[in-house]
Unconditional design. Structure first.
Length: 104
């Protein structure tokens, strides 16, 4: 595949550059999807699912966690107890409140 880049204008060259950059950045992901599709097809031909053969279940989406704690000054500001503690939770603990005091 050969292109005569010298025949292109600056605008056309920049457009080609954008398309090439995008193709490069998505190349590996596209190849993975192609390989996965081939493997799934082969497993289907043999009467199995790919998950059965690999022992890996399909990815599940996590549902949002239910709120467990509420900000005493703004009850609509809640926290599930997972992840980083919000500032209002930390300051309430510093003021002597317990997590049970902030529980919903």
């Amino acid at each position: 595949m050969e292109f005569n880049l010298n025949a292109l204008s600056l605008k056309e060259l920049k457009e080609v550059q954008v398309h090439v950059a995008k193709a490069i950045s998505t190349f590996e992901e596209r190849k993975k999807k192609e390989a996965l599709a081939e493997l799934e097809e082969k497993a289907r031909e043999l009467g199995f699912s790919l998950a059965e053969l690999t022992g890996v279940s399909p990815l599940r989406r996590r549902s949002p966690s239910a709120a467990k704690y509420a900000n005493p000054s703004d009850p609509s500001d809640t926290w599930s107890g997972r992840g980083r503690k919000p500032r209002w939770f930390i300051s309430a603990l510093a003021e002597g409140k317990s997590p049970e005091d902030l529980a919903i």
